[in-house]
Design a protein around this ligand. Structure first.
Ligand SMILES: Nc1ncnc2c1ncn2[C@@H]1O[C@H](COP(=O)(O)OP(=O)(O)O)[C@@H](O)[C@H]1O
Ligand SMILES: [Mg+2]
Length: 247
């Protein structure tokens, strides 16, 4: 078991009274209801809550991939409200990595090529990008799959490729939506050790949405969501108590 640390006071992500609705009229859904959220630097932060409570919507807002209706969003010291859509895309490309529930790998590219993409988008040469991609694929346990295509891999292997792709440009903020749901217990543990290591590097932050109670023990802080809002925030003694409860 990793020991939770006191989360840092330095803000990595702050949402202030953020609201987001989908649809119109009778089909209108308020996915975020004037919610606040805070994550600190150097923190492994888990977001938990029932299906449909707004977890993916909140992650997408902090990643700048979804427009929100009201409120303030600050990421790594930058207020996203002040940036144009184009500037948000550039900011995301440099500083944010994502691991999605569906792996979103490019089927026509092999593993090394898939993992190289974020570096190529940031201007790295192909040789540099592919060397870094191969090293990271080895680190996630896939040294023998470098030239395989996603369709030739199991779900768990594809998820590990997606994790390597999210980490390859050393993003300061890593955002993960159910990253261990397709993994067996051993692989899930290896991936969480890797993510915990990333989270604790200075100036970085990992935020993970999960239903997987096996990974609660890696958290420095757990935020519970319910019906479009942040509820309890568990840290210190409360966090230890929560993690030790049966789930
Ligand atoms: N693109 C969308 N269009 C319409 N409704 C959506 C969309 N995305 C999410 N919702 C709705 O918003 C609410 C929150 O969804 P979501 O953030 O995906 O929840 P979670 O990730 O916690 O399961 C749900 O009621 C969901 O149906
Ligand atoms: Mg979701």
């Amino acid at each position: 078991m990793t020991t939770p640390r006191n989360p840092s006071a330095t803000t990595a992500v702050r949402l202030t009274r953020v609201s987001k609705a989908f649809g119109l009229g009778d089909s209108r859904t308020l996915a975020l209801k004037s919610t606040d959220f805070h994550a600190g630097e150097g923190e492994m932060h888990l977001v938990v809550g029932p299906s449909g409570c707004g977890k993916t919507t909140m992650l997408s807002v902090m990643a700048g991939t979804l427009n929100w209706d009201e409120g303030e969003v600050e990421v790594l010291g930058q207020r996203l409200n002040e940036l144009s859509p184009r500037a948000i895309t550039a900011f995301r490309g440099r500083h944010i990595g994502f691991i999605f529930q569906q792996f979103n790998l490019i089927p026509t590219l092999n593993c090394v090529e898939n993992v190289s993409v974020p570096l190529l988008l940031n201007g790295a040469s192909r040789a540099v990008a592919e060397k870094a991609a191969a090293a990271l694929l080895a680190e996630v346990g896939l040294p023998d799959k470098l030239t395989k295509h996603p369709g030739q891999l199991s779900g768990g292997q594809q998820q590990r490729v997606a994790i390597a792709r999210a980490l390859v440009h050393a993003p300061r903020l890593l955002i993960c939506d159910e990253p261990t749901s397709a993994l067996d217990a051993t692989t899930g543990r290896q991936i969480m050790e890797l993510l915990a290591h990333v989270a604790r590097a200075p100036g970085r932050c990992v935020i993970i949405v999960t239903h997987d109670s096996r990974i609660y023990r890696y958290a420095d802080r757990i935020t519970e969501m319910e019906d479009g809002r942040v509820g309890r925030i568990l840290v210190g003694e409360d966090l230890r108590h929560f993690v030790n409860q049966p789930h």
